[in-house]
Structure formats: C-alpha cells, structure tokens
Design a protein around this ligand. Structure first.
Ligand code: CTP
Length: 218
C-alpha cells in the first residue's frame, strides 16, 4: 500500500553531547534502522524528513535529511519539521548531557574525575504530548536487553505514543544490520522475526500504510 501525500518525520542515529570542543558523550547507534525506515517510507511515496544524529550513512533517495548533533538540536529540528501525519522516533537519544560544555578543552587538573550531567529532553514524549499539532500517529522504539515485551508495553504508556516497536538489543542489534522486533499497538501485537533492518522497515511502513488507509487521517 502507498503513502503518497503523507508527511512523516523520522529521527535516527545517536546524539552527540559535547563535553568540550574535543570530547563528547554518545552511544553505539549506527542509524541503520532509522535510515532503513526513512527509505521504506519514501519508496511508498511519503514525504519524509529524516532528522539524523551523526552517522556514516548517506541519506536515502528522496528523503530530506536534517543533520543535528545534540538531543536539544534534534527536538528543535523535529518541531520545525512538523506538522506531519506520522512521527517515528528511532534515534538513540543520549539521556543526559554535560551540564557545562566548555569552549576550551578541559584539563584533568580543572575537572578532576567528576562530570556533571543534566537530563536531555525526551523528544518522543514531548511530541506525543503536544497540545496542538500532534501527529496523528506517534511511534516509538524500545531498545531493551531484558523483559523486552513487558518493558516495551510499559514504555508505550509512559511515553504517550500510539505504537512502540520493541527490540531486543541484548545481541548485536545495536549498530548491527539485523533486528527482531514486535510492533505493540493498543489493539494487538505483531511479531517480526529476525531479519535485515530493511525488512523490518518495510513491515513497519506496511503497517503504517494499512493504518492510514483503514482510518484515514485528515
Ligand atoms: N527517546 C527520545 N528522546 C529521549 C530518549 C528517548 O525521543 N531523550 C525515544 C527513542 O527515540 C525511542 C524511545 O524514546 O523511540 C525509547 O527510547 P529508550 O532509550 O528505550 O527509552 P528511555 O527513555 O531512555 O528509557 P529507559 O532508559 O528508562 O529504558
């Protein structure tokens, strides 16, 4: 099923939180799954904005990419890209950032061993709770190493998103090419066995297209 005329905003990749001009906090996200989702949606005709943290990947054909580094920049870029029919948060957003990021390189003598952190905005939760202009379908990802389904179901409710894609990252999923996932909706769940990330992306694109076709979002 096609997605022509639908605008979809996707976040992907890690965020990078500077400590000083030469050091940062980040994570192992490759961006593979988010980029594959953006590509699958664009292949079905959607107008896709991919808000991406730093990755080694080229933007998929037909996708408008907005490059960001930090979680705060990612939230601002998503808000600028709205309104949209669908928002999909695939990025591995750093939960914290250094409280201060100096303009000059820090030395051991100045900082000692303590790094003060502050919490980053939760992009998914913020977009799901928008009082006006909330995308009709808000989808999150839950990367879990244990109790995957229970934790993902709870996360869907906690984040206020409509759907969540649970994936088990206890193996090589994070940064790897393959993934196994479960799509958790309020009205049911679909198990997607381990496959390459393009296949998982296509299954998600199909589910979104079905949902929009069944109950058209205007
Ligand atoms: N997410 C986000 N902004 C954040 C943190 C997470 O948008 N600051 C999104 C991710 O893109 C993903 C979902 O929230 O869609 C879940 O991310 P995850 O890292 O599993 O959740 P956390 O909020 O970090 O939960 P916890 O660490 O408590 O498991």
């Amino acid at each position: 099923m096609r997605l022509d005329g639908r605008r979809i905003v996707v976040t992907a990749g890690p965020t990078l939180e500077p400590i000083d001009p030469v050091r940062f906090l980040s994570n192992r996200s490759s961006g593979n799954q988010g980029y594959a989702i953006a590509a699958a949606l664009a292949a079905r005709g959607a107008d896709v904005v991919l808000v991406s943290g730093p990755t080694a990947l080229a933007p998929p054909d037909g996708v408008a990419r907005v490059d960001v580094e930090t979680a705060c920049e990612m939230l601002a870029a998503v808000e600028t890209a709205l309104p949209a029919d669908v928002f999909i948060a695939v990025a591995a957003v750093a939960d914290w950032r250094p409280a201060q990021s100096g303009a000059q390189k820090l030395s051991k003598a100045e900082t000692g061993m303590t790094l003060q952190l502050v919490e980053n905005p939760d992009i998914l939760k913020t977009i799901a709770a928008r009082p006006a202009g909330r995308p009709a379908l808000v989808i999150g990802f839950a990367a879990e190493t244990h109790d995957v389904l229970e934790r993902a179901r709870a996360k869907r409710l906690r984040k206020g998103c409509d759907w969540i894609v649970a994936n088990d990252v206890s193996g090589d999923a994070m940064g790897g090419t393959h993934n196994a996932a479960t799509l958790i909706r309020p009205d049911g769940e679909n198990n997607w066995p381990r496959a390459d990330k393009a296949r998982i992306a296509d299954q998600l694109a199909e589910a979104i297209a079905d949902r929009l076709a069944k109950a058209p979002i205007t």
